[in-house]
Design a protein. Structure first.
Lengths: 722, 214
């Protein structure tokens, strides 16, 4: 017995002295090209080698018996094969590695879509572009207006996409709807987005043919992803020529809190810089927000964001109905917003997202002594599940509940007449992404919605596909139906309405590589069931119905070059849009007033290393839009003047933590006029008096200073350590 | 009889275990020996492969992952490559770092290499990535220094970043140079836990000190 154990021991030790087996082979990719640097090894042993320039390898091993030979290489699937080692050499046939499926480099659906982020190949903008691209001082929507498919409508500031009006574009943050994404302002003045671009690390801006996950938008969806967990404690101070902001971040191992408070007042600025608008009280706002992050379990992340904002302004307006008379237009806006979400893996292949948003928005308007109130309170709750069935098949399914109450208080005789409606919408969506290979993807989806107020359901099919020719170029096609509730204004007066509908057909060709990108797109949109109405003698709506329709088609062109100019880059964005509608109170099918046929934007960015400065120049030109002149027999028969604006931003890194920023819009002082506004009643001669609609001032200036104080305790204490 | 068997079995296990351990040190030593003479992407790939082979056998050791990550980061630093290729190397480094964090979450060197990885990621596209990545680099260095306040590599990265910032802003580098000199003087006081533990940075610190003299 003893002997046998000793014998075994000896055998085990001497096992190392057994003869070597040599294994030879060649590694290639699917096209027969040699793969250099592949890792070839016997599983569980120290025996390994790499393939040479010809893809050939020689692996020597003193192991014996059944072993597993593995081959690994970046971008390819792991190859393994059982082999038997017995001292005689083994020659393997040519081994072809299968390309690994990689979401970041695989084909992706680009029809209608612009993505911003840091990594993915199909991205159009980087995160920093969202902050620096535009002349209106860090407005998310301003930056998007430098992309093709959008029209700049100066008297609105909102997003107008591919012939759609601003109501047809919806904004989502971390998956849930933002009912009121824009600030409030007096009529015919430009508004801004409510959220700072610094809050977001990713963006998906779809100008059509978006996923079945998104509904209630006929034209476009902007989906913003908030920042991940901050990693350091810091204090931010922003001093602007129009206000100040103070913010702070505190981090712990698994959680963080960020809070900020800001106050803006345009009085000093507008006293200094001549304005066209007459102000009784210049715009003023006070805002506070708070966000919270908590890591839960292995992969879960809870995010919470809440904000409170109050803004007010009073302008002096000239009455068009009674010449020589002026009146005060006063607006007080209160907005509260909450967004909360939890995302986590419940199994390795299963991601659950639950999200909730709440919006409460109130506009209190006084026109001299007449008061009008408008209020909207809405929630959006959403649960969705992403199932990765395999590398090639993903399923997305979810359900949502939208609830909103919209109300108006209008003067009626001696008291305010309150009028409101409440709608609940339940939805469900299901979508499958199928990769036939890493070059060909098809996305099939459908979305079902039921509105309790309309007492109607809709089913929207969506299909899109993309094919990649090679590493550089790909095409993408998309088709889908999109539904949206009629505007609040009409729903307030009638529940006997149907969903408005748009069908999108999109064809996209994209070429990327070598820091250059070309993106072209042609599309066609068919609108139906748009709301139409007439005006009765007492100035009320009469016969509101869904008999409106229209169409839009056009071409988008986008070229971005980050290669040709050292420390500089430029992009060219052009879109051609043809859009015709018969809706609202239009007497017949005709052009509408928020689309320019030709839109061109040139963007140039340059980094001056020695001056530690970054200059962003943005030049936009848009052809005239149409507007209606009631004195003219042709509806929407007048043309505005072409829009031209040259905007320049300058950012200067004074110290590592101090940035000085200056921006000027319409540097050249090009004349800007957005058509005319008209009296609602004609004068004695039957003529409607008019006044031009202009921006608030010829130019807009902003100077700011951003200070970040971070508390890197350990690093700052370096002096004490040594 | 039973006791003898047990004894022998224990001995056997001990011998095998020691043999394994020796083999691990020997393999690591051999592979590390090639580090100094490696410069091309292809050579680093081969080296990374070898560390990969070791890391797959020694599932409880963080050092093979450390060096595998180090190789891929250096590959990512190589210019003239498409950003997507650089990113693919850095992704490999990131995967190794993730594994290492699970094995040795309280090891300062793990955060040093993490800071180095983030630096590599930033270098691929500084204008696009600086804003989001700089805090990550600082946080990793801070973490390393919290665990081990005298870790020379963490100190080197901190000084090197500080130096970069100071020369960029044209501010006085003298106090930073002083720190670099002190770091270099005390460099050898830091006791390595084993001959195969990370031991780089002295040359680079010397580089800073030399540039200070000019």
């Amino acid at each position: 017995m003893k002997q046998s154990i000793l014998y075994t021991l000896l055998l085990l030790i001497s096992g190392n002295l057994l003869a070597q087996t040599s294994i030879t082979g060649t590694v290639r990719d699917g096209k027969g090209e040699a793969l250099t640097g592949a890792n070839i090894y016997l599983e569980g042993t120290y025996d390994g080698t790499s393939s040479n320039l010809k893809g050939a390898f020689l692996l020597e091993s003193s192991e014996s018996g059944e072993q597993t030979l593995c081959i690994e290489f970046i971008g390819f699937k792991k190859f393994s094969k059982e082999i038997k080692l017995d001292g005689s050499s083994i020659e393997l046939a040519i081994i072809e590695l299968q390309e690994e499926f990689n979401e970041l480099t695989a084909v992706s659906i680009t029809a209608g879509t612009f993505e911003a982020g840091d990594k993915k190949k199909s991205i159009v903008l980087s995160s920093i572009d969202m902050v620096t691209t535009d002349g209106s001082s860090g407005d998310v929507y301003g930056a998007l207006q430098a992309l093709p498919g959008t029209t700049t409508v100066g008297e609105s500031g909102k997003l107008f996409v591919k012939g759609g009006d601003s109501r047809e574009s919806k904004t989502y943050i971390d998956g849930t709807l933002v009912y009121v994404p824009y600030s409030s302002s007096s009529p015919n003045t430009s508004v801004r987005g409510r959220f700072s671009p610094f809050m977001f690390s990713g963006m998906m801006f779809s100008t059509g043919a978006y996923s079945a996950e998104y509904g209630q938008a006929l034209s476009s969806v902007l989906s913003l992803k908030t920042n991940a967990m901050p990693v350091q404690d810091q204090l931010n101070i922003s001093l602007l020529s129009v206000g100040a902001e103070l913010g702070g971040t505190k981090t712990w191992d698994n959680s963080s809190i960020t809070a900020s408070i800001s106050y803006n007042n345009l009085t000093p600025y507008m006293k200094l810089v001549p304005q066209y608008t007459q102000w009784e009280r210049e715009p003023e706002s006070l805002a506070g927000d708070m966000s919270f992050r908590l890591k839960t379990g292995k992969s879960g992340m809870l995010k919470f964001y809440g904000s409170i904002n109050r803004s007010s302004l009073t302008t002096i307006e000239q009455s068009l109905n009674q010449p020589g008379r002026t009146f005060n237009y006063k607006l007080v806006n209160d907005n509260q917003f909450i967004n909360a979400s939890w995302i986590g893996e419940i199994r390795e292949d299963l991601i659950l997202t639950t999200a909730f948003s709440f919006t409460n928005n109130q506009d209190r308007i006084s026109i001299d002594s007449i008061k009008l109130n408008e209020s909207l309170r809405g929630t959006h709750s959403k649960v969705s599940l992403k199932h990765r069935i395999s590398d090639r098949v993903r399923l997305l399914t979810g359900t949502e509940w939208y609830a909103r109450t919209y109300g108006q208080e209008l003067p009626h005789a001696e008291f305010l007449e309150h009028n409101s409606y409440t709608n609940h919408t339940l939805t469900g969506f299901l979508e499958a992404e199928l990769y036939a290979s890493s070059r060909f993807i098809t996305r099939l989806g459908a979305r079902l919605e039921y509105s309790e107020y309309l007492n109607k359901a809709n089913l929207a099919p969506r299909i899109s596909t993309a094919y990649k020719f090679n590493d550089k170029s790909q095409i993408s096609l998309a088709y889908g139906w999109f539904f949206q509730d009629p505007d609040n204004e009409f729903l307030l007066h009638s529940s006997n309405l149907d969903y408005e509908r748009a069908d999108h057909y999109t064809f996209n060709y994209m070429m990327t590589g070598n820091k250059r990108m070309l993106r072209t797109e042609v599309y066609f949109k068919q609108y139906r069931n748009l709301v139409k109405y007439g005006i009765s003698d007492d100035q009320n709506y009469s016969y509101i119905n869904n008999q409106g329709d229209g169409y839009a088609y056009g071409l988008d062109f986008f070229w971005r070059d980050r290669k040709s100019i050292k420390n500089g880059e430029y992009w060219i964005s052009y879109s051609y849009i043809e859009s015709i509608r018969d809706y609202l109170d239009y007497p017949y099918e005709t052009v509408h007033n928020y689309t320019s046929k030709h839109n061109l934007t040139l963007v140039y960015k340059h980094w001056f290393d020695r001056l530690r400065s970054r200059i962003d120049v943005n030049y936009s030109v848009a052809s005239p839009r149409y507007y209606n002149n009631p004195n003219n027999n042709t509806f929407n028969g007048e043309k505005t003047m072409a829009y031209k604006s040259l905007n320049v931003n300058w950012s200067y890194l004074l110290k590592q933590h101090v940035i000085i920023y200056a921006t000027i819009s319409n540097l050249l002082g090009s004349e800007q006029q957005y058509g005319n506004k008209y009296a609602s009643i004609p004068d004695e001669e039957g003529f409607y008096r008019s006044a031009p609609i202009m921006p608030g001032a010829k130019r807009w200036f902003l100077i700011g200073c951003f200070i970040t104080l971070s508390k890197n305790k350990e690093i700052n204490q370096l002096d004490k350590i040594n | 009889m039973k006791r003898t068997t047990l004894l022998l079995a224990t001995l056997l296990i001990a011998i095998i275990a020691m043999g394994q351990n020796e083999k691990y040190y020997q393999k690591m030593g051999e592979t590390l020996g090639k580090f100094a003479s490696t410069s091309s992407v292809e050579d680093f790939q081969e080296l990374a492969n070898q560390f990969g082979v070791i890391s797959r056998v020694e599932t409880e050791e963080w050092l093979p992952h450390y060096y595998e990550a180090h190789c891929y980061i250096l590959m990512g630093f190589t210019g003239q490559l498409e950003a997507a290729v650089q990113d693919s190397y850095l992704d490999k480094a990131s995967a190794s770092i993730e594994k290492m964090m699970k094995i040795a979450p309280d090891e300062a060197e793990v955060y040093v290499i993490k800071a180095f990885y983030h630096t590599g990621y930033l270098v691929v596209d500084p204008p696009g990535r600086a804003m989001s990545t700089t805090p990550l680099i600082n946080a990793a260095i801070s973490r390393a220094l919290t665990i081990e306040p005298n870790n020379p590599r963490a100190l080197f990265l901190a000084i090197s970043n500080e130096m970069g910032t100071a020369s960029y802003f044209g501010s006085d580098t003298a106090p930073i140079c002083e720190k670099a000199v002190r770091l270099l003087e005390s460099w050898d006081d830091y006791k390595l836990k084993s001959p195969i533990h990370p031991n780089w940075g002295k040359n680079e610190t010397e580089g800073i000190v030399n540039s200070c003299g000019q």
